[in-house]
Ligand binder design. Structure first.
Ligand code: ARG
Length: 278
C-alpha cells in the first residue's frame, strides 16, 4: 500500500473569470509591505506569467473575459479587487488608496455595458480581494483595505450574510492572501493573519477547515484559484501543494514571481463572475 491516502474524490466545475492583461504593470508605489519600487520588475515576464495563468484556466475549460488595461493604473492586473459579483449583481469597489481609486470607473463601465445590475460601493471595499463567497455566506476581511463599515452595504446589496473577519498582519492585507475557498464547503487559512476573535469565529463556522503554516502563507500559497478539483497556486508553495494532493485536489504550480513583487498571486488576477449554485 502507498503511504498517501486520498480522502475524497473532487469534482471540478466550470467558472467564468474576468482578467486584465498586465500591459502597464509596474511597481511604482508601495501600498503593501511586498511592494518595493526600487526592486526591478520584468514587465515582459509579468505578461508571460499572466498569459500562462490564463492559458491554464482556458485549458481546464473555464471561460475568461477581459477588461482593457488602463495606462497609469499599474495594479489593474489584480482584477479580483475591481468588484464583488454574485448572482448577476456587481458591487463595484471603492479603493482605499488613491493610486488605485480610478480603477473603479473602468469596472463600473465594464459591468454596465454588459447588462449587470451595478452598485458602486460607498465605503472602502476592495472587492473579491476581501470578499470570499462560500457556504451561502460572504467572508469579508477588514482592517487594511475594506472597511468594516462596508459590510452592511455588501450584505444588503448581495443578499447574503456577511461574516466580518479582522486581518491583523500587514503582509496579509487582503482576505484572499490569508484564506482560500477550495469548494463550496471547504476553506483553508493561516490563523495567524486573523484576530483571536476572528480565529474563533472561523473555527466555529468551519471546524473542518484546513489550516496552513506561516511558511506556506508567506509564499502566497493561499492566493489560489480552485475549481473544486484543480488548484492553481504559486510554485514556491510546495508543501501546500503536497498537502492539497493528499486531500484529493490536483495542484497546478505557476510561476508568478513578477506579480508577487506587487503583493499578488494567481487569485488576485481573477474576478469570479459566476459560480455554481450553492
Ligand atoms: N499591489 C496591489 C495592492 O496592493 C496588489 C493587490 C492584490 N490583490 C489581491 N486580491 N490580494 O492593492
Amino acid at each position: 500500500m502507498g503511504s498517501t491516502t486520498i480522502s475524497a474524490v473532487r469534482t471540478a466545475s466550470r467558472r467564468r473569470f474576468l482578467m486584465c492583461r498586465p500591459t502597464y504593470f509596474a511597481v511604482e508605489y508601495a501600498i503593501n509591505p511586498w511592494m518595493d519600487p526600487t526592486r526591478p520588475v520584468d514587465p515582459m515576464l509579468a505578461i508571460e506569467q499572466w498569459e500562462a495563468l490564463r492559458g491554464v484556466l482556458l485549458g481546464l475549460g473555464h471561460v475568461v473575459n477581459l477588461i482593457d488595461p488602463v495606462p497609469v493604473l499599474p495594479d489593474m492586473v489584480f482584477a479580483a479587487n475591481g468588484a464583488t459579483v454574485l448572482d448577476g449583481r456587481a458591487l463595484v469597489s471603492a479603493f482605499r488608496h488613491p493610486q488605485r481609486a480610478p480603477e473603479s470607473g473602468a469596472y463600473e463601465k465594464w459591468f454596465r455595458d454588459r447588462g449587470y445590475e451595478v452598485r458602486c460601493a460607498e465605503r472602502w471595499n476592495e472587492g473579491e480581494g476581501d470578499h470570499l463567497a462560500v457556504a451561502g455566506v460572504v467572508l469579508a476581511g477588514h482592517g487594511f483595505r475594506t472597511a468594516a463599515s462596508s459590510h452592511a452595504e455588501t450584505a444588503d446589496y448581495l443578499g447574503r450574510p456577511v461574516i466580518g473577519l479582522t486581518l491583523v498582519d500587514p503582509r496579509f492585507y487582503h482576505l484572499d492572501t490569508a484564506l482560500a475557498v477550495l469548494d463550496d464547503e471547504q476553506i483553508m487559512y493561516w490563523p495567524g493573519a486573523f484576530s483571536p476573535a476572528s480565529r474563533r469565529r472561523l473555527h466555529s463556522l468551519f471546524p473542518h477547515a484546513l489550516r496552513v503554516e506561516e511558511h506556506d502563507a508567506v509564499q502566497f500559497g493561499l492566493n489560489l484559484i480552485s475549481d473544486g478539483h484543480h488548484v492553481l497556486l504559486p510554485a514556491p508553495a510546495r508543501s501546500l501543494a503536497a498537502r492539497l494532493a493528499t486531500e484529493g485536489y490536483q495542484p497546478l504550480a505557476l510561476d508568478v514571481s513578477e506579480l508577487a513583487k506587487a503583493g499578488g498571486g494567481p487569485k488576485c488576477c481573477v474576478l469570479q463572475l459566476d459560480r455554481p449554485p450553492a
